[in-house]
Design a protein around this ligand. Structure first.
Ligand SMILES: [Zn+2]
Length: 404
C-alpha cells in the first residue's frame, strides 16, 4: 500500500518517489507510487492539486491497490514501473484546505461539547465549506455565540497534534468526539483543550493560522441545519470585499458605514410610500381617461364597445391595463380594444361570450407579425412595428363590430 507521507509530515510539498504501478483506462493514465504526498479525495475534503514529473495530477483516489494519481494529459507514454518521479503539490491549495478542515473540527467540537449537537456530514468546497448538524430551527443569535467560541479557540492558538493508535484499546482514556471507522492504525487529530477525533484529512499545526472564522449563513436541510462557513484567507478576502461594498454604498448615500442599515431602511420606506402615491395618481389618471373613452364608445344593441388608440407618450401598458380595468368595472362597456404607441402593445378585454379575445388574437396576429395571446376574456399582443399594430387594431376593431 502507498505510504502516505502527509500523515507523518504535513509540510512536505515536493517528494521523489518510485512508480510501483501504472495503467491506462480510456486514455486516462493512473500512477501508483511507493509513497505519496498527495491527499486523496475523502472525508469531505477534495484531493490535493499538483503534478507528477511536471504533468498535472487532476484526481487522486485511494483504492485497495494504493493511492492512484490520475494525470491530466491523455494519450501520453505510460511511465515505467521502477522509475523515480517528482511529486509536487499545490501548497496554497493544501494550506487552504487544511485551514478549512481544521475550522470544521473546531466548529463541530464546540457544537458537540457546549451544546451536545452532533455533526452529520462535512463538505469542503472551493468557496465555502458546510457541515450538517443534527438539529433544526436554531435562532441566529445561537450561531453568533458559536462564532465567538470558535474565534476564541483560534486566538488561543491551540496546538494540533496527530497520533496513531495501533488498536482501539490504545484509545481508552481519550474522549473522542466520534467513533473510529477502522479498528487498527487509527489516526487521531487533537486540538489542545477542544477536540480529539479520528480523521484522515489534512489539518493546520495550530489554530492561530485560521485567522478569522465566519459563518456565512445557515439553512434548514432535510430536517438538519446546514452551516456555511469560511476561515483563513477566505475570511480576509470576504471581509475586504464586503468592507469595500459597504464603504462604497455609504459614500453614495453620504452616511457612515454603521448607519447604512438605518439609511437603507428609511429609503425603502420612502420608496414604498412613493410607489403607493404613484399608483394612486396612476389610478386617478386611468379613471379620467376611462371616463373620456366611455363617452366615445359606440353601441351595438345593448353592448358598448371602446376601441381607441392611446397615442399619448405618458400611457404605457401598465396604465393601459388600468384604463381597461376602469372601463370594464364601470359596467357600461362589454368590449375594450386599446393599443398604445409607447411600448407598442395592444389589449383586448371582453365580458361578452361572443368575443373570444384569445381566439381573435390567435387568428389575426400572425398576419401582422405580432406576438402574444390570452384567454377568452383577456388577451394582449406586442409589435415591433407601429404601422403593423395599427393595421391589426383596425382589423380587430372591424371584426368586433361584426361579432357584437
Ligand atoms: Zn480532520
Amino acid at each position: 500500500m502507498t505510504v502516505k507521507i502527509f500523515y507523518e509530515d504535513r509540510i512536505i510539498y515536493n517528494f521523489e518517489s518510485m512508480i510501483e504501478k501504472t495503467f491506462c483506462s480510456n486514455g486516462r493514465v493512473g500512477v501508483i507510487t511507493r509513497e505519496t504526498i498527495f491527499y486523496p479525495e475523502g472525508g469531505g475534503q477534495p484531493c490535493d492539486k499538483g503534478s507528477l514529473d511536471g504533468i498535472e495530477v487532476v484526481d487522486v483516489q485511494e483504492t485497495d491497490e494504493g493511492v492512484i494519481h490520475y494525470l491530466g494529459k491523455k494519450n501520453i507514454k505510460i511511465p515505467e514501473s521502477g522509475k523515480k518521479v517528482l511529486l509536487s503539490i499545490d501548497r496554497d491549495f493544501r494550506e487552504d484546505n487544511s485551514i478549512q478542515h481544521t475550522a470544521q473540527h473546531l466548529l463541530s467540537a464546540i457544537l458537540d461539547s457546549n451544546f451536545n449537537i452532533a455533526t452529520i456530514s462535512f463538505h469542503l468546497g472551493t468557496e465555502y465549506s458546510t457541515i450538517d448538524i443534527e438539529t433544526a430551527g436554531l435562532p441566529a443569535d445561537f450561531f453568533e455565540g458559536v462564532e465567538v467560541e470558535v474565534n476564541k479557540a483560534i486566538m488561543e492558538n491551540r496546538q494540533i497534534t496527530v497520533t496513531f493508535a495501533k488498536t482501539i484499546s490504545e484509545l481508552e482514556g481519550i474522549k473522542l468526539r466520534k467513533k473510529p471507522s477502522v479498528d487498527n492504525d487509527i489516526r487521531i487529530v487533537q486540538i489542545d483543550g477542544y477536540d480529539a477525533s479520528p480523521c484522515c484529512g489534512t489539518h493546520a499545526e495550530s489554530t492561530g493560522i485560521l485567522g478569522v472564522f465566519k459563518i456565512l449563513k445557515t439553512e434548514k436541510y432535510k430536517g438538519y441545519t446546514r452551516i456555511y462557513f469560511i476561515s483563513g484567507k477566505r475570511s480576509v478576502s470576504d471581509y475586504l470585499t464586503k468592507h469595500e461594498i459597504c464603504q462604497n454604498l455609504a459614500n453614495s448615500m453620504s452616511c457612515n458605514v454603521l448607519d447604512l442599515e438605518k439609511k437603507v431602511s428609511s429609503l425603502c420606506s420612502q420608496i414604498k410610500f412613493q410607489n403607493q402615491e404613484t399608483n394612486r395618481i396612476k389610478r386617478m389618471f386611468a379613471q379620467r381617461v376611462a371616463k373620456d373613452l366611455e363617452t366615445m364608445s359606440f353601441r351595438h344593441d345593448e353592448r358598448r364597445i371602446v376601441a381607441h388608440y392611446l397615442n399619448d407618450q405618458q400611457i404605457d401598458s401598465d396604465l393601459m391595463n388600468l384604463i381597461a380595468e376602469e372601463l370594464m368595472d364601470s359596467g357600461m362597456v362589454s368590449v375594450v380594444l386599446l393599443m398604445n404607441n409607447l411600448d407598442l402593445k395592444l389589449l383586448i378585454v371582453s365580458n361578452y361570450d361572443g368575443v373570444n379575445c384569445g381566439g381573435i388574437l390567435r387568428e389575426i396576429l400572425p398576419k401582422y407579425q405580432g406576438k402574444g395571446g390570452g384567454n377568452n376574456y383577456r388577451a394582449q399582443a406586442v409589435f415591433d412595428d407601429e404601422t403593423a399594430m395599427e393595421n391589426c387594431f383596425n382589423t380587430i376593431s372591424n371584426l368586433i363590430k361584426d361579432l357584437v
